[in-house]
Ligand binder design. Structure first.
Ligand SMILES: Cc1cc2nc3c(=O)[nH]c(=O)nc-3n(C[C@H](O)[C@H](O)[C@H](O)COP(=O)(O)OP(=O)(O)OC[C@H]3O[C@@H](n4cnc5c(N)ncnc54)[C@H](O)[C@@H]3O)c2cc1C
Length: 376
């Protein structure tokens, strides 16, 4: 049996793989991250960073760098079909606003940190083709350009994303949880009508429209869609205008249309192979907090791996339970929020009443949960 060449091989260097690698390196474990992409993905994904996510970033020494670049949110509002507003200001610890920074920037900062903690640990352009549990160690095989590469380790952690093929091969397909919906999303320049720092969730009889501030005087717009048909920039701007009467600024990049769906795997530990990140559980992007939860789970996993003799045997008691607990809660919220955004002309009167109630001061916590906890 060959000696393990490192303690842990992480397959996938996305947001979760990078943070886990930093945590493990910080605890003194030798780690390799094999990532098939040559560069960080720049398509828009996560952007809201909650206090719990900042704590995870602080744990690897990246929190301050993120705070320095991020935009602080000032307030949020749920706006009813008749234009009535139920709002909350993020000006007290009880209603603390998350900060906002694009996932690509956060991944860049994590990657720099990993270079400092474990130089050479991140290997890009390496596509893992097989992970084989050999009893006392795990063997990982990969394709690199025209060639191949192998290494062995005490443990392999698959952080290969929601559609990760290796996770599917080893753990089977992930179960779908809750409803599936289509959304169109675009990033645009802010206009004079947009208030910097304000989040707005706007109900309409034809489906919800959401508007979020981003650093650099831009906004992200998300709108419910009945199908996954592609949409160009002009059609997207028209859709938002027809639905809520608001103008979207010049759109940067293309409009993406995506299916939102939560998923969960029941078994996360398969001998010496552990499943983590979105591969373990995916929260629909319309429920937010996917990365916050992935990072919370990564902290539990890192503590458990660092505290055990992983070369002897792998017993993880806390990690699977932590993932299951956090995923259930977040996925319930995501399902509720996705149904709330459906077109509802038949129920408009109900919504009007709901916003009237939400607009009262006593309901600020509910509004806060809607616009922050459920959505970012
Ligand atoms: C539109 C959108 C908006 C979102 N908004 C939010 C939000 O506001 N807040 C939030 O917290 N979350 C949000 N999320 C979710 C968040 O983006 C995910 O939770 C996060 O990206 C998951 O990270 P990951 O590292 O688990 O997976 P990924 O980011 O998918 O990374 C997996 C990595 O594994 C690599 N890989 C796969 N297979 C192999 C292989 N065989 N060999 C080597 N490498 C491999 C891939 O190249 C990839 O880099 C959003 C997601 C989307 C799509």
């Amino acid at each position: 049996m060959p000696e393990p060449s490192c303690d842990v091989v992480i397959v996938g260097g996305g947001g979760n793989g990078l943070l886990l690698a930093c945590l493990l390196a910080d605890r003194g474990l030798t780690v390799q991250v094999w990532e098939r992409r040559e560069a960080i993905a720049d398509r828009p994904r996560a952007f809201g960073i909650h206090p719990a996510a900042l704590e995870a970033l602080d744990a690897v020494g990246v929190g301050d760098a993120v705070r320095a670049e991020a935009l602080a949110l000032t307030d949020g509002a749920f706006i009813g079909v008749d234009g009535r507003r139920a709002g909350v200001a993020f000006d007290t610890p009880a209603f603390a606003g998350p900060v906002v920074l694009g996932q690509d920037r956060v991944e860049y900062l994590l990657e720099q940190r990993l270079h400092a903690l474990a130089p050479g640990a991140l290997q890009r352009g390496v596509t893992v083709t097989a992970v084989t549990d050999e009893g006392n160690s795990v063997r990982v095989s990969a394709r690199v350009g025209e060639g191949t590469r192998e290494c062995s380790a005490a443990i392999a952690v698959l952080v290969d994303g929601t559609n990760g093929q290796l996770s599917e091969q080893i753990a089977g397909p992930a179960g779908r949880v809750g409803p599936k919906r289509w959304y169109a999303m675009a990033e645009a320049d802010a206009t004079s009508d947009d208030q910097a720092g304000s989040v707005a969730l706007i109900a309409s009889s034809h489906g919800v429209v959401e508007s979020f501030p981003l650093p650099g005087d831009r906004r992200r717009w998300v709108a419910w869609r009945e199908s996954g048909d592609p949409l160009d920039a002009d059609s997207f701007r028209m859709l938002v205008h027809d639905r809520i009467g608001r103008s979207v600024g010049s759109i940067r990049g293309s409009v993406s249309v995506f299916a939102a769906q939560s998923r969960r795997r029941r078994r996360l530990v398969h001998g010496r192979v552990v499943i983590a990140g979105d591969a373990a559980m995916t929260v629909s992007p319309i429920g937010g907090q996917g990365l916050t939860i992935g990072w919370g789970a990564a902290r539990t996993l890192a503590d458990e791996l660092a505290g055990a003799n992983i070369h002897e045997r792998v017993v993880l008691r806390h990690y699977p339970r932590a993932v299951s607990r956090m995923a259930r809660r977040a996925q319930r919220r995501a399902s509720f929020f996705m149904r709330l955004g459906d077109p509802t002309s038949r129920r408009d009167w109900l919504r009007r009443g709901a916003v009237l109630v939400l607009a009262t001061r006593a309901m600020r916590r509910v509004v806060y949960r809607l616009v922050v906890v459920c959505r970012l």
